[in-house]
Design a binder for this molecule. Structure first.
Ligand SMILES: Nc1ncnc2c1ncn2[C@@H]1O[C@H](COP(=O)(O)OP(=O)(O)O)[C@@H](O)[C@H]1O
Ligand SMILES: [Mg+2]
Length: 263
Protein backbone atom coordinates (compact mmCIF):
# COMPACT_ATOMS: atom_id res chain seq x y z
CA UNK A 1 0.00 0.00 0.00
CA UNK A 2 1.41 3.38 -1.01
CA UNK A 3 -0.92 5.61 0.97
CA UNK A 4 -3.17 4.85 3.91
CA UNK A 5 -5.41 7.56 5.30
CA UNK A 6 -7.77 6.61 8.12
CA UNK A 7 -10.22 8.86 9.89
CA UNK A 8 -8.69 12.14 8.82
CA UNK A 9 -10.25 15.28 10.23
CA UNK A 10 -9.22 18.87 9.66
CA UNK A 11 -10.19 22.06 11.47
CA UNK A 12 -9.37 25.65 10.63
CA UNK A 13 -8.94 27.39 13.98
CA UNK A 14 -9.03 25.97 17.49
CA UNK A 15 -12.69 26.16 18.46
CA UNK A 16 -14.14 25.78 15.00
CA UNK A 17 -16.11 22.66 14.09
CA UNK A 18 -14.11 20.37 11.81
CA UNK A 19 -14.22 21.20 8.09
CA UNK A 20 -13.45 17.62 7.13
CA UNK A 21 -14.29 14.55 9.21
CA UNK A 22 -13.86 10.79 9.03
CA UNK A 23 -12.08 10.69 5.68
CA UNK A 24 -10.44 7.33 4.92
CA UNK A 25 -8.94 6.04 1.70
CA UNK A 26 -6.18 3.83 0.36
CA UNK A 27 -3.99 4.03 -2.69
CA UNK A 28 -1.77 1.40 -4.25
CA UNK A 29 1.27 2.20 -6.37
CA UNK A 30 0.25 3.61 -9.73
CA UNK A 31 -3.44 3.90 -8.83
CA UNK A 32 -5.51 6.95 -9.68
CA UNK A 33 -8.04 8.28 -7.16
CA UNK A 34 -10.40 11.08 -8.12
CA UNK A 35 -11.99 13.23 -5.43
CA UNK A 36 -15.27 14.71 -6.59
CA UNK A 37 -17.71 17.04 -4.87
CA UNK A 38 -19.23 20.48 -4.92
CA UNK A 39 -17.25 23.60 -4.15
CA UNK A 40 -16.53 23.91 -0.42
CA UNK A 41 -16.92 20.18 0.28
CA UNK A 42 -13.32 19.88 1.52
CA UNK A 43 -11.48 18.42 -1.47
CA UNK A 44 -8.59 20.89 -1.42
CA UNK A 45 -8.41 20.59 2.35
CA UNK A 46 -7.81 16.83 2.09
CA UNK A 47 -5.04 17.34 -0.50
CA UNK A 48 -3.40 20.07 1.55
CA UNK A 49 -3.47 17.95 4.69
CA UNK A 50 -1.55 15.27 2.80
CA UNK A 51 1.11 17.81 1.90
CA UNK A 52 1.17 19.22 5.42
CA UNK A 53 0.39 22.56 3.82
CA UNK A 54 -2.92 23.65 5.38
CA UNK A 55 -3.17 27.41 5.44
CA UNK A 56 -5.26 29.59 7.74
CA UNK A 57 -4.40 27.92 11.05
CA UNK A 58 -5.59 24.58 9.75
CA UNK A 59 -4.56 21.44 11.60
CA UNK A 60 -5.36 17.80 11.08
CA UNK A 61 -5.76 14.61 13.05
CA UNK A 62 -5.79 11.10 11.71
CA UNK A 63 -5.95 7.58 13.01
CA UNK A 64 -3.39 6.66 10.35
CA UNK A 65 -1.61 8.60 7.64
CA UNK A 66 1.11 6.50 6.08
CA UNK A 67 2.89 7.32 2.84
CA UNK A 68 5.38 4.83 1.46
CA UNK A 69 6.00 3.47 4.95
CA UNK A 70 6.47 6.90 6.51
CA UNK A 71 4.14 8.27 9.15
CA UNK A 72 3.28 11.72 7.75
CA UNK A 73 2.23 13.41 11.01
CA UNK A 74 5.62 12.60 12.54
CA UNK A 75 7.85 13.92 9.77
CA UNK A 76 10.26 16.74 10.54
CA UNK A 77 10.61 19.90 8.44
CA UNK A 78 13.67 18.45 6.72
CA UNK A 79 11.85 15.15 6.02
CA UNK A 80 9.14 17.23 4.34
CA UNK A 81 11.68 19.09 2.23
CA UNK A 82 13.01 15.76 0.98
CA UNK A 83 9.55 14.43 0.26
CA UNK A 84 7.87 17.41 -1.41
CA UNK A 85 8.62 17.93 -5.06
CA UNK A 86 10.29 14.55 -5.25
CA UNK A 87 8.38 11.55 -3.94
CA UNK A 88 5.24 13.60 -3.49
CA UNK A 89 4.52 16.43 -5.87
CA UNK A 90 1.68 18.71 -6.72
CA UNK A 91 0.02 20.26 -9.74
CA UNK A 92 -2.16 23.30 -9.24
CA UNK A 93 -5.14 24.74 -11.06
CA UNK A 94 -2.92 27.22 -12.88
CA UNK A 95 0.78 26.42 -12.75
CA UNK A 96 1.45 29.95 -13.98
CA UNK A 97 0.44 31.28 -10.57
CA UNK A 98 3.02 29.08 -8.88
CA UNK A 99 5.86 30.42 -10.99
CA UNK A 100 7.62 33.72 -10.75
CA UNK A 101 6.56 36.04 -13.60
CA UNK A 102 9.87 37.93 -13.69
CA UNK A 103 12.11 34.90 -14.28
CA UNK A 104 12.17 32.67 -17.32
CA UNK A 105 10.64 29.23 -17.10
CA UNK A 106 14.08 27.76 -17.78
CA UNK A 107 15.66 29.49 -14.80
CA UNK A 108 12.91 28.23 -12.49
CA UNK A 109 12.84 24.72 -13.91
CA UNK A 110 16.63 24.40 -13.64
CA UNK A 111 16.56 25.73 -10.06
CA UNK A 112 13.82 23.29 -9.18
CA UNK A 113 15.85 20.38 -10.55
CA UNK A 114 19.02 21.50 -8.81
CA UNK A 115 17.20 21.91 -5.49
CA UNK A 116 16.15 18.28 -5.61
CA UNK A 117 19.25 16.68 -7.16
CA UNK A 118 23.01 16.94 -7.55
CA UNK A 119 22.81 17.74 -11.25
CA UNK A 120 24.92 20.54 -12.70
CA UNK A 121 23.34 23.40 -14.66
CA UNK A 122 23.80 21.88 -18.10
CA UNK A 123 22.44 18.47 -17.09
CA UNK A 124 19.51 20.13 -15.28
CA UNK A 125 18.75 22.19 -18.38
CA UNK A 126 18.83 19.12 -20.59
CA UNK A 127 16.55 17.25 -18.22
CA UNK A 128 14.11 20.19 -18.18
CA UNK A 129 14.03 20.21 -21.99
CA UNK A 130 13.50 16.45 -22.05
CA UNK A 131 10.59 16.70 -19.62
CA UNK A 132 8.94 19.40 -21.75
CA UNK A 133 9.29 17.21 -24.81
CA UNK A 134 7.70 14.37 -22.90
CA UNK A 135 4.70 16.63 -22.24
CA UNK A 136 4.27 17.21 -26.00
CA UNK A 137 5.69 20.72 -25.89
CA UNK A 138 7.48 21.45 -29.14
CA UNK A 139 10.63 23.61 -29.18
CA UNK A 140 11.51 23.13 -25.52
CA UNK A 141 14.41 25.60 -25.80
CA UNK A 142 11.96 28.31 -26.77
CA UNK A 143 9.75 27.52 -23.83
CA UNK A 144 12.66 27.53 -21.41
CA UNK A 145 13.52 31.03 -22.63
CA UNK A 146 9.92 32.22 -22.14
CA UNK A 147 8.11 33.88 -19.26
CA UNK A 148 4.86 32.42 -17.94
CA UNK A 149 2.71 35.20 -19.43
CA UNK A 150 3.99 34.32 -22.89
CA UNK A 151 2.44 30.84 -22.76
CA UNK A 152 -1.17 29.76 -23.11
CA UNK A 153 -2.93 28.23 -20.10
CA UNK A 154 -2.59 24.75 -21.59
CA UNK A 155 1.15 25.19 -22.17
CA UNK A 156 1.64 26.49 -18.62
CA UNK A 157 -0.18 23.43 -17.27
CA UNK A 158 2.06 21.16 -19.35
CA UNK A 159 5.12 22.93 -17.92
CA UNK A 160 3.69 22.47 -14.41
CA UNK A 161 3.09 18.78 -15.04
CA UNK A 162 6.56 18.38 -16.59
CA UNK A 163 8.11 19.83 -13.44
CA UNK A 164 5.95 17.78 -11.10
CA UNK A 165 6.87 14.47 -12.75
CA UNK A 166 10.60 15.19 -13.23
CA UNK A 167 11.64 12.95 -10.34
CA UNK A 168 9.07 10.26 -11.01
CA UNK A 169 7.14 10.93 -7.82
CA UNK A 170 5.41 8.02 -6.16
CA UNK A 171 2.35 10.20 -5.75
CA UNK A 172 1.12 13.19 -7.67
CA UNK A 173 -1.53 15.46 -6.17
CA UNK A 174 -3.50 17.42 -8.73
CA UNK A 175 -6.03 20.00 -7.56
CA UNK A 176 -8.40 20.75 -10.43
CA UNK A 177 -5.50 20.72 -12.89
CA UNK A 178 -7.66 21.37 -15.93
CA UNK A 179 -10.56 23.47 -14.72
CA UNK A 180 -8.99 26.75 -15.89
CA UNK A 181 -8.72 25.42 -19.46
CA UNK A 182 -11.07 25.18 -22.41
CA UNK A 183 -12.76 21.83 -22.97
CA UNK A 184 -10.52 20.67 -25.83
CA UNK A 185 -7.32 21.46 -23.94
CA UNK A 186 -8.78 19.84 -20.81
CA UNK A 187 -9.25 16.59 -22.66
CA UNK A 188 -5.71 16.69 -24.06
CA UNK A 189 -4.14 17.44 -20.70
CA UNK A 190 -6.16 14.74 -18.96
CA UNK A 191 -4.95 12.25 -21.56
CA UNK A 192 -1.34 13.33 -21.22
CA UNK A 193 -1.47 13.30 -17.45
CA UNK A 194 -2.81 9.78 -17.49
CA UNK A 195 -0.21 8.69 -20.04
CA UNK A 196 2.79 10.04 -18.12
CA UNK A 197 1.65 8.77 -14.73
CA UNK A 198 0.62 5.32 -15.91
CA UNK A 199 3.86 5.12 -17.88
CA UNK A 200 6.02 5.65 -14.82
CA UNK A 201 3.92 3.92 -12.17
CA UNK A 202 3.09 7.19 -10.44
CA UNK A 203 -0.08 7.15 -8.35
CA UNK A 204 -2.29 10.19 -8.53
CA UNK A 205 -4.99 11.89 -6.51
CA UNK A 206 -6.91 14.26 -8.70
CA UNK A 207 -9.50 16.71 -7.46
CA UNK A 208 -12.11 17.59 -10.02
CA UNK A 209 -15.71 18.61 -10.07
CA UNK A 210 -16.16 16.96 -13.42
CA UNK A 211 -17.50 13.48 -12.74
CA UNK A 212 -17.07 12.58 -16.42
CA UNK A 213 -13.33 13.29 -16.25
CA UNK A 214 -13.08 11.52 -12.92
CA UNK A 215 -14.77 8.37 -14.21
CA UNK A 216 -12.59 8.33 -17.29
CA UNK A 217 -9.33 8.65 -15.38
CA UNK A 218 -9.71 7.10 -12.02
CA UNK A 219 -9.42 3.57 -10.66
CA UNK A 220 -11.15 4.77 -7.51
CA UNK A 221 -13.61 7.52 -6.76
CA UNK A 222 -14.25 9.41 -3.57
CA UNK A 223 -17.31 11.64 -3.50
CA UNK A 224 -17.36 14.32 -0.82
CA UNK A 225 -20.18 16.43 0.50
CA UNK A 226 -19.99 18.90 3.40
CA UNK A 227 -16.62 17.61 4.58
CA UNK A 228 -17.59 13.95 4.59
CA UNK A 229 -17.13 11.04 2.21
CA UNK A 230 -20.51 9.96 0.86
CA UNK A 231 -19.21 7.39 -1.63
CA UNK A 232 -15.85 5.69 -1.96
CA UNK A 233 -14.66 2.68 -3.90
CA UNK A 234 -13.74 1.31 -7.30
CA UNK A 235 -14.94 3.61 -10.07
CA UNK A 236 -17.12 1.03 -11.85
CA UNK A 237 -18.76 -0.02 -8.60
CA UNK A 238 -19.70 3.52 -7.72
CA UNK A 239 -20.99 4.26 -11.20
CA UNK A 240 -23.12 1.13 -11.14
CA UNK A 241 -24.16 1.21 -7.53
CA UNK A 242 -23.80 4.62 -5.88
CA UNK A 243 -24.73 4.59 -2.20
CA UNK A 244 -25.57 8.21 -1.57
CA UNK A 245 -28.40 10.27 -3.03
CA UNK A 246 -25.84 12.97 -3.70
CA UNK A 247 -23.76 10.74 -5.98
CA UNK A 248 -26.93 9.53 -7.73
CA UNK A 249 -27.84 13.14 -8.47
CA UNK A 250 -24.32 13.88 -9.73
CA UNK A 251 -24.47 10.88 -12.04
CA UNK A 252 -27.80 11.96 -13.49
CA UNK A 253 -26.30 15.35 -14.27
CA UNK A 254 -23.39 14.01 -16.36
CA UNK A 255 -24.15 15.13 -19.90
CA UNK A 256 -24.35 12.77 -22.78
CA UNK A 257 -21.63 13.42 -25.31
CA UNK A 258 -22.46 12.59 -28.90
CA UNK A 259 -25.37 10.42 -27.76
CA UNK A 260 -23.12 8.37 -25.48
CA UNK A 261 -23.04 8.96 -21.77
CA UNK A 262 -19.56 10.07 -20.82
CA UNK A 263 -19.47 7.75 -17.81
N1 LIG B 1 -7.37 28.61 4.89
C1 LIG B 1 -8.62 28.44 5.31
N2 LIG B 1 -9.08 29.04 6.44
C2 LIG B 1 -10.33 28.86 6.87
N3 LIG B 1 -11.24 28.09 6.25
C3 LIG B 1 -10.86 27.47 5.13
C4 LIG B 1 -9.54 27.60 4.60
N4 LIG B 1 -9.44 26.86 3.47
C5 LIG B 1 -10.66 26.28 3.30
N5 LIG B 1 -11.50 26.65 4.30
C6 LIG B 1 -12.90 26.22 4.43
O1 LIG B 1 -12.99 24.82 4.33
C7 LIG B 1 -14.12 24.42 3.58
C8 LIG B 1 -13.70 23.47 2.48
O2 LIG B 1 -12.87 24.18 1.55
P1 LIG B 1 -12.03 23.46 0.42
O3 LIG B 1 -11.26 22.36 1.02
O4 LIG B 1 -11.27 24.53 -0.28
O5 LIG B 1 -13.20 22.88 -0.48
P2 LIG B 1 -13.18 22.45 -2.03
O6 LIG B 1 -11.76 22.28 -2.47
O7 LIG B 1 -13.96 21.17 -2.05
O8 LIG B 1 -13.90 23.53 -2.76
C9 LIG B 1 -14.77 25.70 3.05
O9 LIG B 1 -15.90 25.98 3.85
C10 LIG B 1 -13.72 26.75 3.25
O10 LIG B 1 -14.29 27.99 3.56
MG1 LIG C 1 -10.73 23.22 -4.00
Amino acid sequence: MLLTVEDLSVSYGKDKPPTVTGVSFYLNEGEVLAIVGESGSGKTTVIRALLNALGGGGHFQAEKMLFNGQNLPELSASDWRNLRGKELSMIFQDSGNMMNPVHTIGKQFVEYIQTHSDLGKKAAYDLAAEMLTRMNLPNPENILRSYTFELSGGMRQRVGIAMAITFQPKLLLADEPTSALDVTTQAQIVGELLFVTKGSGTAMIMVTHNLGVASYMADKLMVMKSGRVVDYGKTEEILQNPQSDYTKTLLKAVPEIGGVRFV
